[in-house]
Write a protein that binds this ligand. Structure first.
Ligand code: APR
Ligand code: PHB
Length: 400
């Protein structure tokens, strides 16, 4: 492969943010190179969430990468909130004027985007090492161009760009490369995690079930008509070895129990524990570097917003870059962080709210328990409250 030395936008990270940005830029005639430190197979098989908002689905469709999603994705028009062993449906279709969500795994989106980029002659470099970013500080007297340095196939490489996009996730190198003094970080770490399984079992419900239970939160989700995805609230550092398959099924049965309802079991294909945090960095840009997706913010998975928020960021960034290359104006680029953060904080609020309503917190304050149940009762009985949940869940409109 010919190693590129120059491009318009250098993108670090081939997750949903980096790949979608590269795809959107290509549609505007802007060149980019994506630099990824993992292998293509690793990135395409990494199990993550699987809920696409209405707007994410429209964008994938309108930009020509939604064909397989339309075929294989499962369209849902509501979710169930379950507490006191009873289910309450939130009807998205009715509450949002016909909108819904699509269940389609993040790694399938990543596969579709990678295929589209490579088919269009796009450059996505996998398995690079020692990635670093340089010269993106606008105030530099020298005004030398931003660069990405990395090693590929035992060679030292340098890519010179007009702009850099830090799409390298929470543990990436782009955010820490910005001088710490210009960034403010906002963070909340939750005192619990999720134990997630993928099981070869037909989903026991047509829609997702979010359950509040004395023993902790549980979620029934799915990947296809044959595969269930299930989660249990657990300790943040839970030892997965203490959870043999029978214990997981037993706990799921207890927490999800509801009269006349049966949880389908099957072989567990994969299991793991993830911690939960809310995190935002401000601003999401510095000089000629822009942060997008998990490199700039993390949401707890309860609202299923991570991928959708990453896609919303890169829509804003692609538009700003397209305007710059078409007109030479930087106004939209300069407003990138401000534009994104309005949505980011609303999504943070929603994800925090869903998390706080549905999980048991250590200390087990009986007041909080009653308050959570009252909240669930209110959300499932007031049209105004259900509508607020529904419009956030299917996705808030883009505000440019
Ligand atoms: N150099 C190159 N690539 C890197 C580096 C680095 N130093 N560090 C991390 N990466 C890569 C990761 O391997 C990963 O493929 O950057 C990519 C970041 O992708 P994601 O973590 O998927 O983040 P993002 O694209 O912002 O998507 C957000 O991902 O974390 C989930 O659930 C979250 O759905 C959300 C979505
Ligand atoms: C998932 O299917 O992985 C999933 C669904 C809903 C969530 C989080 C994860 O809120």
């Amino acid at each position: 492969m010919l190693i590129p030395s120059r491009t318009q936008v250098g993108i670090v990270g081939a997750g949903p943010a980096g790949l979608m940005l590269s795809h959107l830029l290509h549609l505007q005639g802007i060149e980019s190179v994506v630099i990824e430190n993992r292998s293509r197979q690793y990135v395409e098989e990494r199990v993550r969430a699987g809920v696409l908002e209405h707007g994410t689905v429209s964008l994938l469709t309108e930009t020509g990468v939604g064909e397989r999603m339309k075929r294989e994705g499962m369209v849902h028009h509501g979710i169930e909130l379950r507490f006191h062993e009873r289910g309450h449906r939130i009807d998205f279709e009715d509450l949002t004027g016909g909108k819904g969500i699509t269940i389609y795994s993040q790694h399938e989106v990543v596969k579709d985007l990678t295929n589209a980029r490579l088919a269009a002659g796009g450059q996505v470099l996998f398995e690079v090492e020692k990635v670093s970013v340089h010269d993106f500080d606008d105030s530099q007297a020298t005004r030398s161009k931003p660069k990405i340095r990395y090693r590929k196939d035992a060679q030292n490489c340098e890519l010179t760009c007009d702009f850099l996009a830090g799409c390298d996730g929470f543990h990436g190198i782009c955010r820490p490369s910005i001088p710490a003094a210009v960034l403010v970080e906002y963070e909340r770490i939750y005192p619990f995690g999720w134990l997630g399984i993928l099981a070869e079992a037909p989903p026991s419900s047509d829609e997702l079930i979010y359950t509040y239970h004395d023993r902790g939160f549980a979620l029934l989700s799915m990947r296809s008509e044959k595969i269930s995805r299930l989660y249990l609230q657990c300790q943040p550092e839970e030892d997965i070895d203490l959870w043999p398959d029978e214990r997981i099924w037993q706990e799921l049965n207890t927490r999800l129990a509801s009269e006349g309802w049966h949880l389908t079991h099957g072989p567990i294909l994969q299991k793991g524990v993830t911690g939960m945090r809310s995190f935002v960095v401000e601003p999401m840009q510095y000089g000629r570097m822009f942060l997008a997706g998990d490199s700039a913010h993390i949401v707890p998975p309860t609202g299923a917003k991570g991928l959708n928020l990453a896609v919303a960021d890169v829509r804003v960034l692609a538009r700003g870059l397209a305007d710059f290359y078409a007109t030479g104006r930087r106004e939209l680029l300069d407003a990138y962080s401000q534009t994104c953060l309005r949505r980011v904080w609303k999504v943070q609020r929603f994800s925090w709210w869903m998390t706080s309503m549905l999980h048991r917190f250590p200390g087990d304050n009986p007041f909080d328990n009653r308050r959570q149940l009252a909240e669930l009762d209110y959300v499932t009985s007031s049209r105004a409250a259900s509508q607020s949940l529904a419009e956030n869940y299917v996705g808030l409109p883009m505000e440019w």
